[in-house]
Write a protein that binds this ligand. Structure first.
Ligand SMILES: [Zn+2]
Ligand SMILES: [Zn+2]
Length: 383
């Protein structure tokens, strides 16, 4: 008991040395009945809240394994095939900052995932909820490596760190009803593993510590980003039906020779025209309209296909035909429509491949951010 109290005291001390922790829902959107874990390094303290409100604690040392399973509204902790505890909630608390846990779902043969920080496990809507409680800056090191991938210049990673930090702070209420702040998917920001130990990424997060982007009014800037804009970013209202302060469409030549700058896709003509006439009442038998449909070009990004009078939003075509972007020309050839597309993603805000190219050309992270978010103010947040 004395040992446990000492450990709890030291644990509390280091938790308070951190400026800010956030709660991230892991494997969110997946209904899970059983998680399996292995302690990857260090020692974790497992605390169990028993159904009668009392607590139990045990230490889990390196390479310890176990399972959490849902049973009605309770969580079961199983080791060596034996039920050791059953409670309303369990927490796994790391004793040192770099301790981590490897997680997997036995029912799914997906890759295992390593995460640092503390964990909370309970049952919500009859499936297990796993929440990672982690210092914001450590979380960001994981996010920047997931969102940016390896092999880029520091200025790009620094820009991505500022964007991801601003996004995280601006969206802390996004999953309030789920019991955490952000999810681990691209719905919020991809966070599929702990930091990789990549010096350039960790340094980029550290060197921009606390730096965020604000609007002229002092709110967090809406730091939307996408893979490649195809040469022109998109108006937010063409994607989400409403304007967003500080974001507007502009030309970007940094990304036009990169790997996701162009794409081609062919679609059977009758599938294409059936969709247009069924969904929008497009007049296929009107010769002028049908002639227009033969050759559609977007010099600049259009909100609508062919002409606004038909009321066919480009974003609908992107969604229906699962296109990489809504920035494409469409030419009828025989019984097919050939789409010649530019870019990848919704096109709003920062273009990642453009930002990577700017970094390669020697621009600094603040120049990159000013280019893609003109009018945004770089500042340090106070937490
Ligand atoms: Zn989310
Ligand atoms: Zn671009």
């Amino acid at each position: 008991m004395k040992l446990l109290l000492t450990l709890l005291f030291s644990l509390t001390c280091w938790v308070f040395t951190y400026s800010q922790n956030i709660r991230v829902g892991l494997y969110s959107g997946t209904s899970v009945k059983e998680f399996q874990f292995t302690i990857g390094s260090g020692t974790y303290l497992l605390t169990v809240t028993l159904p009668d409100g009392r607590f139990e604690s045990i230490l889990l040392t390196k390479l310890s394994q176990g399972k959490f399973r849902s049973s009605g509204a309770l969580v079961q902790f199983i080791q060596g095939g034996k039920l050791r505890f059953q409670g309303t909630q369990m927490e796994m608390l790391q004793l040192a900052q770099e301790d981590y846990c490897t997680w997997s779902i036995p029912a799914l043969s997906t890759k295992t995932r390593d995460y640092e920080g503390n964990f909370e496990i309970n049952v919500k809507n009859s499936s297990l909820r796993l929440v990672n409680m982690i210092p914001l800056e450590t979380y960001l090191e994981g996010v920047v490596s997931c969102e940016g991938g390896p092999g880029h210049q520091k200025a790009y990673y620094q820009a991505q760190a500022v964007i991801s930090r601003t996004y995280a702070l601006n969206n802390q209420n996004r999953h309030q009803k789920d019991g955490f702040e952000l999810c681990d998917r691209v719905h919020c920001q991809a966070y599929l593993h702990k930091r990789t130990g990549s010096a350039i990424i960790d340094t980029s997060v550290y060197q921009t510590k606390s730096v965020v982007l604000l609007t002229q009014n002092g709110n967090y800037f809406p730091t939307f980003f996408h893979a490649n804009c195809g040469g022109q970013t998109c108006e937010p209202q063409d994607v989400w039906n409403e304007p967003i302060e500080g974001l507007t469409s502009f030309k970007d030549t940094f990304c036009i020779h990169t790997k996701q700058a162009t794409w081609v896709k062919s679609i059977p003509l009758n599938t294409w025209t059936r969709f247009l006439s069924n969904r929008y009442g497009f007049p296929l038998h009107d010769s002028l309209s049908y002639a227009l449909l033969q050759d559609f070009r977007q010099q600049n990004r259009s909100a609508f296909y062919l002409h606004p009078v038909y009321g066919i939003p480009m974003r609908d075509l992107r969604e229906e035909f699962k296109l990489k972007s809504s920035y494409f020309d469409a030419v009828v050839v025989g019984d097919e429509v050939i789409l010649y597309g530019r870019g990848f993603g919704h096109g709003v805000g920062l273009c990642q491949e453009g930002a990577m190219q700017m970094a390669k050309k020697g621009y600094s992270f603040d120049q990159i951010l000013q280019f893609y978010y003109p009018g945004a103010v770089l500042t340090e947040h106070s937490n």
